[in-house]
Design a protein around this ligand. Structure first.
Ligand code: PLP
Length: 362
C-alpha cells in the first residue's frame, strides 16, 4: 500500500486516490491493446474514445450550453493570459481587468502586449483583501470584455457574487472550477488550468462562446486561434493525451459523487470548518480576507508571530498535514482544499489547529 498524506498543496494538488489507482491498473497495458495510452496514436480508436468521453463528461458535469465550445489547450492557464486578448481584441477595442491579486496582475501583464488594457478596479489599495462591488467597477466605452479572476489562489479571495455588468465577462477559473455553478449567459469565455480541481498540470480547459469565433483575429499563428481548435475539436495537433485522460476519469469520479450540487455543498462545509476554527480562536489565527470574499478553495491564515508560524508548519508536516506554507510572495499559511481533498483531511487539519493553539499559547 502506498502512503497517502493530507496534501494541501495549491497546485499541482491532491487527486482522488480511487482515480490514481484506476490509472495505475491500466497504465502499462491499456484495455487489451498491448501498449499504454500514452504510446499510441492520438488518432486511433482508443484515444478517440477517451477524448470523446472527456468532452461528454465535461459538458454534462459543467452543464455547458450548446452555445459554448469545449477546448483542451496546452500551456496551462498562463497561455490563456495571452491567447484571450490576441483573439478577442480587435483594433479600437479595449478590455477592462479587475486587479484582484497575483493572478489577475499576471493576466494584465500579458494582455498589455496585445491591446488597450485598463484597470476596471484596483485591489492593491486594500491589500487584495476583497473583491469589488458592482458599483465600484469602472467600465470604459469600447470595452470588448471585462476580465475577472473568480478565485485568487494566492490571496485566498473569491468572487462570491458574479459581477453584473453590460459587457461580456472573461474569467480565469483555474482554482475554483467545479466548485460552483457557472452562469454561462454572463461569459464569452471561461478558462482554467486543470491542476487545482480537475487533473494534472499542463492543460487548460477552455469554454468559448461559439458565436464570437468568427470575429476573432486571424493574423496570428494557427495554434493561437480559438477558431482553429474549435473546428478541429481540440485535435489540431497532438493533444495533451494524458491530462485529457485524467480529466475524463476525475469528472466521472465527481459525477459518481453526485455532481456539482453535492460538491458545492461539500466545498462550503469544508471551508466553514476551517474558517470557524479561525474565527473562534480569539485572534490567535487570523484571516486577512474580508469575510464576504473568503475563498472556499484556498484558506489563508496567519498565526500571532513568525516563530509560531514556523513551529506550526513544522508540527503539521510531522502530522502528515503537508504543504500548508503560504505562497512565498505573501507568507503565512494556506490550506488548499480543492474537490479531491476529503472532508476527513479538513477535519484532521481543523483538529490540529485547535490542539496547536492550546499547546502553543501566543
Ligand atoms: C494556477 C493558476 C494559474 C496558472 O496556471 P498554469 O497552469 O501554471 O499556467 C492561473 N490563474 C490562476 C487563478 C491559478 O490558480
Amino acid at each position: 500500500m502506498s502512503r497517502r498524506v493530507n496534501n494541501f498543496s495549491a497546485g499541482p494538488s491532491t487527486l482522488p486516490q480511487q482515480v490514481l489507482e484506476e490509472v495505475q491498473a491500466e497504465f502499462v497495458e491499456y484495455q487489451g491493446s498491448g501498449m499504454s495510452l500514452i504510446e499510441m496514436s492520438h488518432r486511433g480508436n482508443h484515444f478517440d474514445e477517451v477524448h470523446r468521453e472527456a468532452i461528454v463528461m465535461t459538458r454534462k458535469i459543467f452543464s455547458v450550453p450548446d452555445s459554448f465550445k469545449v477546448l483542451f489547450l496546452q500551456g496551462g492557464a498562463t497561455f490563456q493570459f495571452s491567447m484571450v486578448p490576441m483573439n478577442l481584441l480587435r483594433a479600437g477595442e479595449r478590455a477592462g481587468y479587475v486587479n484582484s491579486g497575483s493572478w489577475a496582475t499576471g493576466a494584465m501583464t500579458d494582455a498589455r502586449f496585445y491591446g488597450d488594457i485598463y484597470t476596471a478596479w484596483e485591489g492593491k489599495d486594500c491589500g487584495y483583501t476583497r473583491m469589488p462591488q458592482d458599483d465600484e467597477l469602472e467600465i470604459q466605452s469600447g470595452t470588448r470584455y471585462l476580465h475577472i479572476t473568480s478565485n485568487e489562489t494566492i490571496g485566498g479571495v473569491q468572487f462570491t457574487h458574479w459581477p453584473d455588468v453590460d459587457v461580456p465577462l472573461v474569467c480565469d477559473m483555474s482554482s475554483d472550477y467545479m466548485s460552483r455553478a457557472i452562469p454561462w449567459e454572463k461569459f464569452d469565455l471561461v478558462y482554467g488550468g486543470l491542476q487545482k480541481n480537475l487533473g494534472p498540470s499542463g492543460m487548460a480547459l477552455v469554454f468559448v462562446r461559439e458565436s464570437i469565433l468568427e470575429n476573432c483575429n486571424t493574423d496570428i499563428g494557427r495554434y493561437m486561434r480559438y477558431a482553429v481548435h474549435a473546428e478541429k475539436n481540440s485535435m489540431f495537433n497532438t493533444p495533451p493525451v494524458f491530462p485529457i485522460y485524467m480529466l475524463g476519469k476525475i469528472l466521472k469520479w465527481m459525477n459518481e459523487k453526485g455532481g456539482l450540487d453535492v460538491i458545492e455543498r461539500e466545498t462550503q462545509e469544508k471551508a466553514n470548518l476551517l474558517y470557524s476554527v479561525i474565527d473562534s480562536s480569539d485572534g490567535y489565527y487570523s484571516c486577512p480576507v474580508e469575510s464576504m470574499c473568503r475563498s472556499t478553495m484556498n484558506v489563508v491564515f496567519r498565526l500571532p508571530n513568525d516563530n509560531l508560524e514556523a513551529e506550526f508548519l513544522k508540527q503539521s508536516d510531522a502530522s502528515d498535514l503537508l504543504n500548508l506554507k503560504g505562497h512565498r510572495s505573501v507568507g503565512g499559511c494556506r490550506a488548499s482544499i480543492y474537490n479531491a481533498m476529503p472532508r476527513t483531511g479538513v477535519t484532521a487539519l481543523a483538529e490540529f489547529m485547535v490542539a496547536f493553539r492550546e499547546n502553543n499559547p501566543g
